[in-house]
Write a protein that binds this ligand. Structure first.
Ligand SMILES: NC(=O)c1ccc[n+]([C@@H]2O[C@H](COP(=O)([O-])OP(=O)(O)OC[C@H]3O[C@@H](n4cnc5c(N)ncnc54)[C@H](O)[C@@H]3O)[C@@H](O)[C@H]2O)c1
Length: 427
């Protein structure tokens, strides 16, 4: 395929870094339905902090990268990449509306000979059974005769400045062997560590969903162990350190499992498995267990307060961090809110401090007011401090100095990254 012109549809945590990278090699335009996101990006600012202002401005000034909400501006592209969200609804069923919407957009602009590649995380079959029929219907073109498709899942990890998009080895696939080669070549041309070409679109889809489901199940096992060892009065982190001295022990830590990926993707596979009469018991149990960890942390903290004679109804509680993981502003499906909501049944004196999260966004999503300030101003004010997210800005703080009474207050370390002698309990 000559003269490739790329359009990336959906400019979030996944789409923007990829579009920026493609722009260094091919004419590339970003398309998103959110006008304010597009305005920010064209001004050189990425609110997700995945692409630095310098890198974004460099792409705009030196490679002609730009973003749009106008469908007419993407008509002359011939290689469409779709990276829109794949959430679940309130019943944890797949919500394919963004994918259908993006496929309609592609259907309106796709021409004979063009290629569309899906990046969104889905259960095996979504690309061919849910997306491509929409493109066929809207465009009037025939899949694999007039236009072609592929699937290449993203492995980006929000906030991770080590495994950036160009360094991640990527799985690719295509709807014919020739198209798989073209797609593989395009991705290979911008990736430092190359690609793994999967034999089919369904294999590529399945590979992504098991990467995240495997993590969910393994973390659930660690969370189960943490519950057992906490009940027995044994420190889980010490146990994991000891077990990790064996060559084939998989070292993971217990914790809250939130975000747009690991806490969501397994539901897609669970749903599809049931269509085939398979009830995935391990994945379902892992999801239930991980979803209950916020309430568990709150209840563990209440037990520690009780031991120290702190009355929950009068206690002043500080929760450090609300994002779903450290050093990034992403609050999607954060389980810190479960800690908050559980404690809020007993006391209204709860403050959440987070320099990374957006105050208005948190209010809109969860109805919670958070604070951003100089953390030193909060010193000496609290009965309880919960270290919920290990943002780097908390490392410099003497955590016990936040307590009104450092001897009789409670510090609970969800992430188990604080010094053991600074805390009263941890997962
Ligand atoms: N965030 C991650 O770490 C990560 C990692 C790997 C894979 N994924 C997968 O990648 C996909 C995208 O995730 P994300 O985190 O980038 O999402 P996101 O919410 O950060 O961004 C999605 C963007 O798509 C836009 N959008 C939604 N519907 C649209 C439509 N119909 N047309 C045009 N634009 C539309 C939104 O406005 C938004 O800017 C998901 O399937 C996710 O599971 C995410």
């Amino acid at each position: 395929m000559d003269n490739i012109k790329i359009c990336v549809i959906g400019l979030g945590y996944v789409g923007l870094p990829l579009a920026r990278l493609f722009s260094t090699k091919y004419p590339t335009i970003g398309f998103d339905m959110n006008q304010s996101r597009v305005d920010d990006l064209n001004a050189g600012y990425d609110v997700t902090l995945e692409v630095s202002n310098d890198l974004l401005k460099n792409a705009i000034d030196n490679y002609g990268f730009r973003c749009t909400t106008d469908i007419d501006e993407i008509r002359d592209c011939n290689f469409y990449v779709v990276a829109v969200p794949t959430p679940v609804d309130n019943n944890n069923r797949s919500d394919l509306k963004p994918l259908w919407g993006a496929s309609e957009t592609v259907g309106k602009v796709i021409k004979p000979g063009d290629i569309v590649v899906y990046e969104s995380t889905v259960y095996p079959g979504v690309t061919e059974e849910e997306c491509l029929p929409v493109i066929e219907r809207v465009s009037g073109l025939k899949f694999n005769e007039d236009f072609f498709a592929g699937y290449s899942p993203e492995r980006i990890n929000p906030g991770d400045k080590l495994h950036t998009v160009e360094k991640i080895k990527k799985v690719t696939s295509g709807s014919t062997p020739e198209i798989a080669d073209v797609i593989d070549k395009v991705y290979n041309s911008v990736l430092i560590n190359g690609t793994h070409k999967a034999p089919s679109i369904k294999v590529a889809e399945a590979s992504k969903i098991i990467e995240n489901s495997q993590r969910d199940v393994n973390i659930a096992f660690m969370n189960e162990l943490a519950k057992i060892f906490n009940a027995m009065g044994i420190d889980t982190k010490d146990v994991i350190e000891a077990a990790s001295s064996k060559w084939n022990f998989i070292k993971l830590s217990p914790g809250l499992v939130g975000g747009h990926c690991i806490s969501v993707d397994p539901y897609y596979l669970i749903q599809k498995a049931q269509v085939y009469g398979v009830l995935p018991r391990i994945m379902s149990a892992a999801r239930r267990l991980n979803d209950g960890m916020g309430a568990y942390v709150a209840n563990q903290t209440i037990k520690l307060m009780n031991k120290k004679g702190i009355l929950v109804k009068d206690a002043k509680i500080l929760i450090l961090g609300i994002t779903f993981k450290e050093n990034c502003p992403d609050i999607r499906n954060t389980k810190v809110v479960d800690i908050y909501y559980t404690l809020a049944e007993y006391t209204s004196n709860i403050t959440i401090f987070d320099l990374w999260a957006d105050i208005a966004h948190v209010k809109e999503e969860y109805g919670i007011d958070i604070v951003k300030d100089d953390l030193n101003k909060f010193a000496g004010k609290y009965d309880v401090v919960i270290h919920a997210v290990a943002h780097k800005d908390f490392e410099v703080m003497d955590i016990r100095s936040l307590l009104a009474d450092p001897k009789n207050g409670v510090v609970y370390d969800v992430k188990s990254t604080l010094n053991k002698n600074q805390i009263d309990g941890r997962l």
